[in-house]
Design a protein around this ligand. Structure first.
Ligand code: R5P
Length: 266
């Protein structure tokens, strides 16, 4: 791996802990103005000091994020279908590597559909993006296990994650399931979990904790942070789990006390 690639990865996966809190706010590319992100810049601004990278689209970056901000960008470069389309996630490239470089992306993110219709299209395009990104020392994050009808169990997650890594991913993003060790132990690159739909804070922190305990390198979490009753408190609690090995209860107590503090300041 060359210097540029290593440097970009270490800006995202922090060398001190070997872990990362990725803040995912890329939902607009298929969901439009998602609850909590209607005013994306306003929602994300207070969270940036606690995120290791911001995952979003080129449009969101240009329209909502101050270029002077000091945060590595994970740029969503796949898309092509909306939540209204039955073929949701039959994605191709929606952003060139030149544009990713222009935007100073530290990583590019692409979704593949393992085991679903159009699997081949998404996988072939993913490998094309990997080749281009690697030629400029930019790592690729492979988003796996997406799709409405997929059976999400450890066997499937392990298959999808290993496949993504063998096809060139530098980081895998997938969903937490029971037996997650099977996924992390058989995947040669760091695995991060998505948060999924909003669930109670305690449950989201428990999920993050269990994923870390099972060998995940962190989270790529969106709705469970920005749709939280108190996003600034929640991202710090997630951070405590990911970087400081806090238990779910410790993180939840932290969330509750920060919530009072943040609300008192507002
Ligand atoms: C999914 O493929 C997209 O990247 C989502 O925007 C991402 O998974 C969002 O994270 P969360 O599920 O935690 O809201």
């Amino acid at each position: 791996m060359d210097w540029g690639m290593k440097n970009r990865i270490s800006r995202i996966i922090k060398p001190a802990s070997g872990r990362t809190v990725m803040l995912a706010v890329d939902h607009g590319y298929f969901m439009g103005p998602t609850t909590g992100l209607e005013q994306l810049g306003r929602a994300v601004g207070p969270l940036l000091p606690y995120a290791d990278t911001l995952m979003l689209t080129r449009g969101a970056l240009r329209y909502f994020i101050d270029p002077a901000v000091d945060i590595p960008i994970t740029l969503r470069v796949s898309g092509g279908t909306s939540i209204l389309n039955k073929q949701l996630l039959h994605e191709g490239s929606v952003c060139s590597i030149e544009e990713a470089i222009r935007l100073n992306a530290s990583c590019v993110a692409f979704s593949i559909l393992v085991g679903a219709e159009y699997e081949r299209d998404t996988i072939l395009e993913f490998t094309r993006v990997v080749d281009q990104a690697r030629s400029f020392g930019i790592p690729a994050l492979c988003v796996t296990a997406v799709g409405r009808d997929m059976v999400r169990d450890a066997r499937y997650m392990a298959l999808a994650s290993r496949l993504g890594a063998e096809l060139g991913a530098d980081i895998i993003k997938t969903y937490f399931v029971d037996g997650f060790e099977k996924v992390t132990e058989t995947c040669p690159v760091p695995v991060v979990i998505a948060g999924g739909k909003k669930i109670p804070e305690q449950d989201a922190l428990q999920m993050a904790h269990d994923a870390i305990a099972a060998g995940a390198a962190g989270v790529d979490m969106g709705r469970n942070i920005f749709q939280s009753e108190n996003p600034v408190a929640m991202i710090q609690a997630v951070r405590a789990v990911v970087h400081d090995n806090a238990s779910a209860d410790e993180a939840c107590n932290l969330y509750q006390s920060l919530k009072v503090e943040v609300s008192a300041r507002a």
